[in-house]
Structure formats: C-alpha cells, structure tokens
Design a protein around this ligand. Sequence first.
Ligand SMILES: Cc1cc2nc3c(=O)[nH]c(=O)nc-3n(C[C@H](O)[C@H](O)[C@H](O)COP(=O)(O)OP(=O)(O)OC[C@H]3O[C@@H](n4cnc5c(N)ncnc54)[C@H](O)[C@@H]3O)c2cc1C
Ligand code: SF4
Length: 327
Amino acid sequence: MHLDPFELHRPTTVGETVRLAGSLAGRFDFLAGGTDLLPNYKMHLNLKPHLIALEDVAELRGHTLERVGAMARLADLERDEEFARAWPALHDAVQEVATPLVRASGTVGGNLLLETRCFFFNQSYFWRASLGFCLKADGDRCHVVPQKEVCYATFSGDLAPALMVLDAEVEVAGPDGRRRLPLGALYDAQGDGIRRLTLSPGELVVAVHLPRAARGRKGRYKKLRVRPTFDFPELGVAVAGRWDGARVEELRIAVGGADPRPRRFDELTQACVGGALGDARARELGAAIAATVRPVHNTFLPADYRRRMIAVYVRRAIAEARVGSAA
Ligand SMILES: Cc1cc2nc3c(=O)[nH]c(=O)nc-3n(C[C@H](O)[C@H](O)[C@H](O)COP(=O)(O)OP(=O)(O)OC[C@H]3O[C@@H](n4cnc5c(N)ncnc54)[C@H](O)[C@@H]3O)c2cc1C
Ligand code: SF4
C-alpha cells in the first residue's frame, strides 16, 4: 500500500487555517497525528488532494487541567499524574487507546473526529473492489444492511464517552467564527456512519474544555476489545458520579463503540439519583441502556454479544468508580 501524492499546507494560526480551509472548499482533510487518516489514505478511502497539517498551529497544542488543545498528544495526557488524578475515567480511556507508539503521535482532536469503522470499509482498495464498494467509499450499497441506504459504521474512539460523562465542551472555529458546544452535540443524532458530525464545512476543533464543576466525580472507563494491548473498542462504557455513602448524588453514563455516535443516557441515570445503586440495580440500569443501543455485526465481535456486554460493563464500571478515588 502506498500514499498517493497530495499537497501539504502548514498554517500557523487558527485564522490562517480557517481561511485556507475556505479556499480549498471541501477538497481537503485536516491532518493531526495522522494515525487514523494516513492508514485510511493508504487504503484509498475517500482521498482528498490537499491536507492541512495542524502541527504548527500553536493555539491547538498543550493542555491544562481544564483545557485540552486539539493537538495535545495522548501520551502527554497519559504521563500527567495530576491530570490522571483529576479525571480518572478520562485517564482510563487515554491509556486504553492503541499502543504507546500510536499514543505518542495520536491527538485528542483526531480521536474525537476519528473516521467511523466497519470491516467492509477498513480494507485495502483491492479487497473492497473484489467484493464491491460500499456507500461509505466509492459504492452505492451497504453490505451490512443491504436493504437500507444508511451507513452503520461504528464510532470507535475511546475518549468521547469519557469526556461526555464529565460534561466536556468542545470549542470549534470556522468561517463564522468560534463556538462552544457540549461534546455530545458534535455527533449528529440524525446522522449515520457517513454524515456523523455536526461541524460545518471548514470548521476545526480547537480545544476541549473540562468544567471545574465536574472535578471530584469518581469515574471509570471500561473497554471491550479483542487484543487488550492494541485494538479499537468493540464497546466502551464510561461512568462518572458522586456518592454520599450508598446514595447516588450525581451519575453520568456514556457508551461508545456500539453505534455510529457515542451516546449519553441522562434520562436513565437521572432516575437513579437520590437512591442506592447496588449491583442488582446497576445491572438493571445497564440492561435498560443496552435495550436502546443497536450495534450491527460490522466489527469483530458479534453484535448481540457487544450489546449484552453493555449491562456487564455498566455494572462493573459503577462498582469500580464508586470505590475509586476522586481528586
Ligand atoms: C494500530 C492502531 C490502533 C488504534 N487503536 C485505537 C483505539 O484503541 N482507540 C482509539 O480511540 N483509537 C485508536 N486508533 C486510532 C487513532 O490512532 C487514535 O484515535 C488517535 O487519537 C487519532 O488521532 P490523530 O491525531 O492521529 O488523528 P488523525 O489521523 O490525524 O485524524 C483523524 C481524523 O480527525 C480529523 N481531525 C484531526 N484533528 C482535527 C481537528 N482539530 N479539527 C478537525 N478535524 C480534525 C482528521 O481530518 C481525520 O479525519 C488506532 C490506530 C491505529 C493505527
Ligand atoms: S455499514 Fe455499510 S455503508 Fe457503512 S461502511 Fe459498512 S458496509 Fe459500508
């Protein structure tokens, strides 16, 4: 596999990046660490003739406890002990992404905007050509649910669920200026594995903001995958909450790796606030969440197994979060 030629642009400010994106009108991709985009380019998946590298845009780099730049490297978050203590569920998720080598290049922005995955899509050009292309690249049908014109590719980023349970907000910049939105609103509730984001053309992610009010929540992120040292999530469950003895004061649960977008389940968790949440009640809550999620068989593990594991991971994550430490 090889990379086809492309023109590389290296802006140094957010304003310059936005102007450049406007002038290239859809014929470009942003390039962060490249750990997802470049393998996809090698497989000839939706190539663009221009890449806008974000590496030199100083404003996107670095992190504090409450602001994480889009170009912050996962390895830098992983090494920061104060950050790990402040945001335990998020730190769990960061450590679970890929391998140390990938985390040294991979960024937070790239992780949130990861291309959705499907085993009929993440294949070489020749593999896809021999089967027949699909809706998500070069073709006009879906191999997973052929009777529908919808893409069921799965959102397989680890960080989004862990950030959603912390009420994180994302700051984006584009031709109409800057805006901040709850992280969950970055993912299109009406969309599918292709039209999965709510970003307008030319908008980029600048940073993620973590609210001070979420400090002190206890949390865990549990990940189901085939090879524990390497693989994308087949399921990711994030929990964050506060307890007063056995009584739940606050609870958030988000699930990734099961749908085309990560989702939070506020109606179901809100019903638990004020009461005790032992193993049996946590299992019921997990089953209620699982009943609203519809994974399809487009990753390695069977869809029904992934769905049933939601209840198991919700129960385990709640039990571990509750006894875990909080900053
Ligand atoms: C072997 C392997 C295993 C992996 N395992 C996992 C895993 O277990 N869990 C997981 O979550 N990921 C995994 N990944 C995917 C990836 O490495 C990480 O998600 C990483 O954080 C992506 O960041 P990046 O900077 O490399 O993104 P890039 O590849 O540079 O970009 C990804 C996408 O985001 C867009 N983008 C990037 N930054 C911005 C921005 N600021 N604004 C707008 N658009 C932007 C790009 O245009 C591109 O579409 C794996 C990758 C490999 C190669
Ligand atoms: S779910 Fe269907 S359309 Fe989407 S990537 Fe897989 S095969 Fe292609």
